[in-house]
Ligand binder design. Sequence first.
Ligand code: GDP
Length: 368
Amino acid sequence: MDVLLIILIAVVLLVVVGGAFLLRGRGDDTDVLDRPASTEAGAVDEVTETVPVDVEPDVIEVEPEVITRPSFRDRLARARESLAGTLGSILSRGVDNQTWEELEEALIRADVGLPATMAILDRVREQAEADGQTDPDEVLRLLKAELTERLGGFDRSLARAETDPSVWLFVGVNGVGKTTTIGKLAKQQIDDGATVVVAAGDTFRAAAAEQLEMWADRSGASIVRGNEGGDPSAVVFDAVEHAAARSVDIVMADTAGRLHTKSNLMEELGKVRRVAEKGAGTVSEVLLVLDATTGQNGLTQVQQFTDAVDVTGVVLTKLDGSAKGGIVIAVQQELGIPVKLVGLGEGLGDLVPFDEHEFVDALFATDA
Ligand code: GDP
């Protein structure tokens, strides 16, 4: 009996001790799996995965960027919904006397401007009535044809001087997109084989030169900057000298854009223009950068800048965010200045030559 009891106790002890040992071993395994194994695996994964992810954006910025040009169709969705949508719904109700009034209102609201609106609709109505046309689709076709014709007939090429360096001045009020446009255009010109110096002529805004330097890096242009608060003309002059000494083709000069109501800004721009031609440079383009979302106020800006510096062309930025494509028509019709380039976004490639056919097609596209 005693022997049996001793054997029983020994068996119970063996079972208890063995079970505890097995449980500890399991516990250790679980710890290992949960902590070191997963942490180690995570750490490796993080290293191998994070490094390329971190490095990739840097590489994209440093290496020449691949440019994909956006199309008007892709980027004019807001204007299409607003202008073409309104015109479409007016015409869908049929064509009678009231239609013409409603069309007039819609075009004016889209910033086409009163004189251009009247001229366009007079012509379309005349044609429609001469043909006894009351079919909405046909009236819309006449309207599109009229818009395309009115927008056409301008030389939109960017002029180079007979002898380089050619100087392209960029003027316009603050925030319209001058610096961005210079960056985009420098990239295009460099891709086309030209050499470019950008001049940080906006010496009033501390961040302006830095911003331009960033764009110069991205586009591959060199940059000439002055001191903050320094003479903008001196910066442009130095940039022209720099370009002439190195046989650089084009100097793209940024200028300050404080409010156009300050008359000294206009005097200063006149001076920048004169000084830019004191040395070897010739100003062959004065591009007024205009924000498409500012509406009719933009027209006043064009007039004032033109008085000061003889604007040769307009760059219409932010058309991608504008619900009012009509400003293109107003600028060309009322001021006779061609819209040469259009900004369709914030990216390096988002600047395209204006094309009236693509523009009107995109505005009225039904399959976009
Ligand atoms: P600046 O003061 O005239 O030099 O204007 P900036 O070049 O600094 O541009 C002002 C802002 O407008 C920036 O945030 C740009 O990214 C933005 N911008 C410039 N052009 C365009 C464009 O075509 N479309 C859009 N959506 N934004 C633009």
